[in-house]
Design a protein around this ligand. Structure first.
Ligand SMILES: [Zn+2]
Length: 345
């Protein structure tokens, strides 16, 4: 590689930076520069060579192995720590070894969505300017400040206040409980299947509730309100699927329990979901072995082990912490053409 000034990027910058959970690399680099009163270009020059910086609200920044090391030096952290805290610095997102440059800002993030961070959380970490996250979902619920942020770039409504939408807060808490029970990997499978069922059938909201969401959509745009309106159902359905899945993956689900689950859950969601729920149920039959202990650990499950579990359980691979719900479901429905635009009309 020519053009690198190898003398640069060997020492930490004067002021360190506190990590923000889920932050994108582009946002982190931009904040690190601002914190040290340096232009982003100057910080980038210490990482090797590459193109001009891009505002982190537009896309994610990816780096070479060399630039990752230099960035860790500048931040005064170890590479392992950086990889753990900034997901796009993990090996799977590194630029190819023979790449001509040390960083890139592609037109769109290669995986995940760029979502605005909760500004109160960012402020607690000493950041006054907008910070950006890179997440598997195009939304984020801050349970500390009860705010919903998403991948819209609205400056007028940068977040949606959940003060009057406590069901959304409770939904996130439900999802977190499922993750605790099943581990991140299996919880993602279950949530993806719930998402697919709802994408296929729509949400069974009563007229009054649907009217409330419509009113909010007039103010904020339908695109933004749709996932919000689905969220409570997504969490409830995830919890119901998880009840069966936690037993099944542990190898303790009996045939009777399996059989009784369907009519019980079907009653809760009404007619619309009955057929698709039966399909899911048919694909999730009792297993003879405990697979949950294997996958519960964390995202460090090896690909071989995950493939074995996947074959035995019928799940799709969750390639990374940024795999979208659409890609993680084992159900055939992702989104029907046009249906996403009219989900609760
Ligand atoms: Zn917050």
């Amino acid at each position: 590689m020519t053009g690198r000034d190898t003398l640069l990027g060997q020492r930490r910058m004067h002021l360190g930076l506190r990590f923000l959970h889920g932050e994108s690399t582009g946002s982190y680099v931009t904040r690190l520069a601002a914190r040290n009163l340096r232009p982003v270009e100057a910080v980038l020059a210490s990482l090797g060579n590459g193109p001009m910086p891009v505002d982190p609200q537009y896309t994610e920044m990816y780096v070479s192995r060399y630039a990752r090391e230099r960035l860790a030096n500048l931040a005064g952290r170890t590479v392992a720590e950086m990889q753990k805290r900034l997901v796009s610095l993990s090996d799977e997102f590194l630029m190819p070894a023979d790449a001509a440059e040390d960083w890139e800002w592609p037109w769109d993030a290669r995986a995940g969505y760029v979502v605005q961070a909760c500004s109160l959380c960012a402020a607690q970490r000493g950041t006054r300017s907008t910070a950006w996250l890179i997440l598997a979902d195009p939304w984020h619920v801050c349970l500390r400040h009860h705010r919903w942020t998403d991948n819209s770039r609205s400056t007028q409504h940068p977040y949606i206040d959940l003060g009057a939408l406590s069901e959304v807060v409770q939904a996130q808490q439900r999802l977190n409980r499922v993750t605790k029970r099943l581990g991140p990997l299996a919880a993602r499978w279950v949530q993806a299947d719930a998402y697919s069922l709802l994408a296929h059938c729509g949400t069974p909201d009563r007229a009054e509730k649907a009217k409330q969401w419509r009113a909010l959509a007039v103010e904020l745009g339908e695109q933004r309100v749709r996932p919000l309106a689905q969220f409570g159902w997504l969490a409830r359905l995830t919890e119901d699927l998880a009840w069966l899945e936690v037993r099944r993956l542990s190898g303790v689900l009996t045939t009777t329990e399996h059989k009784q689950w369907l009519p019980r859950v079907r009653r809760r969601y009404g007619h619309g979901l009955a057929g698709p729920l039966a399909t899911w149920h048919g694909q999730h039959r009792p297993l003879a072995r405990d697979y949950l202990t294997t996958v519960r650990g964390d995202h460090s499950v090896s690909t071989d082990v995950e493939n074995e579990v996947r074959k035995a359980t019928g799940h799709h691979p969750v390639a990374s912490a940024l795999t979208s719900l659409e890609d993680a479901t084992c159900l055939p429905w992702v989104r029907l053409p046009g249906s996403m635009d009219r989900l609760f009309l």
